[in-house]
Design a protein around this ligand. Structure first.
Ligand code: ZN
Length: 263
C-alpha cells in the first residue's frame, strides 16, 4: 500500500495549489519556487539547478533525504516519511541552514532532533504524527536540541513523547511567541512551562482549554484539563468541583516554580 503515493498525500496544507509535484525533472521550470517530491523521484541532487526554490516538500525516506543538496534560498520544508519506517535520521537537514519553517509530518521513526540545533534561522517548527495515528505518540530522545534556537517564534509539538528531561528544555525558550504541546505530559510539566514562559501564548500553558463541545446536561462548553496524562474532558458547571481542584493544583505547581527560567 505505502508504495503507492497519491498527489493528495502531499497536499494537505492550504496553499497546496502553488506546489508542483515533480515526477519528471524535465517538466519543471527552472524558475520554480514551490516543488513537491514524490515517487518516482529517487534523488534530490537535481534541485541544485533550481536557484529560485524557496518551498519544498519531500515525501520519502532516508534514501531520498540523504541526497538533499545545499539550497541557499530554501526557507520552508515539509517532510513526510514514506513508508513511515523509512525515515530515521534528520541529519541531511544540516544542508539547509537557512530554513525558517520546518514541518515534520509523520516521521514516527525519527528519535533525535539533534540535527535541528544547526538551524539557527528556524522560526517555525511543527512536529506532528499523522491524524490517523494520534494514539501512537512519537518517541523523541530529548527536546534539548531545540532550546538554543533563538529565532524560533512558533513551536508546535503534536503527538510526541520524550525520553529524557520531558518538557524542561523548553523552559529556556522565553522568546517563544506561541507554543503547542500535546496534552500527554504531567501537570507539573505544563505548570512549570507556564511559569517559565509568561509571555508565550498557547493552550498548554493554562489549566484547561475549551473544546467546543456542549455538555449534555447544561449545554455549557466542556473543557479539556491540561496535564492529566490521560486527557480528561469535563463540564465546568456540572463537574465544577473537579475542575476547580484541577485549576488549584495547576496554579499551585506553577507558583512552586517562580524562577523556572534556565540559562
Ligand atoms: Zn454540564
Amino acid at each position: 500500500m505505502s508504495s503507492i503515493v497519491s498527489p493528495d498525500d502531499i497536499n494537505p496544507l492550504e496553499d497546496h495549489d502553488r506546489f508542483m509535484i515533480v515526477r519528471n525533472w524535465s517538466d519543471v521550470s527552472p524558475m520554480a519556487t514551490h516543488l513537491a517530491m514524490a515517487k518516482p523521484i529517487q534523488s534530490l541532487a537535481p534541485l541544485r539547478d533550481f536557484p529560485h526554490l524557496r518551498h519544498l516538500r519531500i515525501l520519502g525516506g532516508d534514501a531520498l533525504l540523504s541526497t538533499l543538496v545545499p539550497l541557499p534560498e530554501l526557507c520552508s520544508l515539509r517532510l513526510t516519511a514514506v513508508p513511515p519506517k523509512g525515515l530515521t535520521s534528520l541529519e541531511p537537514l544540516s544542508n539547509v541552514a537557512n530554513l525558517e519553517r520546518l514541518i515534520l509530518h509523520h516521521v514516527p521513526q525519527v528519535r533525535s532532533l539533534r540535527p535541528l540545533a544547526a538551524l539557527e534561522k528556524l522560526k517555525d517548527l511543527l512536529i506532528e504524527v499523522s491524524p490517523g495515528s494520534i494514539s501512537t505518540l512519537q518517541e523523541l530522545d530529548s527536546l534539548q536540541p531545540l532550546a538554543g534556537l533563538r529565532a524560533m517564534e512558533r513551536l508546535e509539538l503534536r503527538g510526541i513523547r520524550v525520553a529524557e528531561l520531558g518538557l524542561r528544555p523548553l523552559e529556556q525558550m522565553t522568546w517563544l511567541r506561541h507554543l503547542v504541546v500535546n496534552n500527554h505530559f504531567e501537570i507539573e510539566d505544563f505548570a512549570r512551562l507556564a511559569a517559565a514562559l509568561p509571555t508565550t501564548q498557547g493552550f498548554c500553558l493554562h489549566p484547561f482549554v475549551a473544546v467546543g463541545i456542549p455538555c449534555d446536561q447544561c449545554q455549557q462548553e466542556k473543557v479539556m484539563l491540561i496535564g492529566q496524562t490521560r486527557p480528561t474532558i469535563a463540564c465546568p458547571q456540572c463537574q465544577a468541583k473537579h475542575v476547580e481542584r484541577h485549576v488549584a493544583r495547576f496554579q499551585q505547581c506553577k507558583a512552586a516554580y517562580p524562577n523556572a527560567v534556565g540559562p
